[in-house]
Write a protein that binds this ligand. Structure first.
Ligand SMILES: Nc1ncnc2c1ncn2[C@@H]1O[C@H](COP(=O)(O)OP(=O)(O)OP(=O)(O)O)[C@@H](O)[C@H]1O
Length: 222
């Protein structure tokens, strides 16, 4: 499946945020969005999900225009920047509600086994997104949007999440954004830079410095 987002124009009051954005995601590929704070990455994900209505947008799936919000089609799962799981629910109940296997989760994240009766709200700031990312990736849906999945997550768990994303991408379109650019570069097949309201497909990582998203010499040398 191919998802294309085209000609997005978004304003808040009269302030232009996005203007002429194009983005493409494909099954089997992970697409990354990089950009400075406030460049419009989260807005773009919300426009794709369908809960933010821009002045103009074109969204196509396999070349066919999609006119209703994608979230109404059950094809798409979205990880927002805020925690979306009810704090008072115990983890085992959360997994039951999402119809995701708790014991499969423990194969990847064995140190959560002690938490099966713990309430979601009692997890640490970095543990909560691990649960939410896992559920978003494992719930049926062919398009996955992840807004800052690595935020607050320890490096060892980022590696596990990246492995999981790699496994899931075989039958999904995955689009993610995060400021941990090394991790984004590492996991993504395609990268876009969001700048001045537009997207630029990044052909060469050096462009991230040229377009002043990264300071000079920030890229890790092999
Ligand atoms: N509901 C809103 N009303 C007015 N302005 C908004 C609203 N939501 C977002 N904005 C503005 O739109 C711009 C883009 O916001 P967005 O959250 O998409 O940025 P971002 O690239 O995701 O930033 P960050 O990397 O800091 O999360 C910002 O200038 C923000 O202040």
């Amino acid at each position: 499946m191919i998802l294309e987002v085209d000609s997005i124009e978004l304003y808040f009051k009269n302030k232009p945020i996005l203007n002429g954005v194009y983005l493409k995601g494909e099954t089997g590929k992970i697409t990354g969005l990089l950009g400075r704070n406030g460049s419009g990455k989260s807005c773009l994900l919300r426009i794709i999900f369908g809960d933010l209505k821009p002045k103009y947008k074109l969204i196509r799936l396999n070349n066919k225009p999609i006119l209703k919000p994608l979230f109404t089609t059950k094809k798409i799962n979205y990880l927002p920047q805020y925690n979306f799981i009810t704090k008072s629910l115990r983890l085992k109940t959360v997994f039951q509600l999402f119809k995701v296997n708790w014991f499969d989760f423990l194969i990847d994240f064995e140190n959560f086994s002690r938490y099966n009766k713990t309430k979601f709200g009692n997890l640490s700031g970095g543990e909560k997104p691990i649960i939410e990312i896992y559920l978003i990736l494992k719930t049926p849906g062919q398009i996955i949007l992840l807004d800052e999945p690595f935020n607050g997550v320890a490096p060892i768990h980022i590696t596990k999440i990246n492995n999981l994303i790699h496994r899931e991408k075989k039958h999904k379109i995955i689009i993610l954004t995060d400021h941990r650019y090394n991790e984004v570069i590492d996991v993504c097949d395609n990268l876009y830079l969001v700048k001045n309201g537009c997207t630029k497909l990044v052909d060469n990582l050096k462009e991230l410095e040229v377009y002043k998203y990264l300071p000079k010499s920030a890229l890790l040398t092999p």
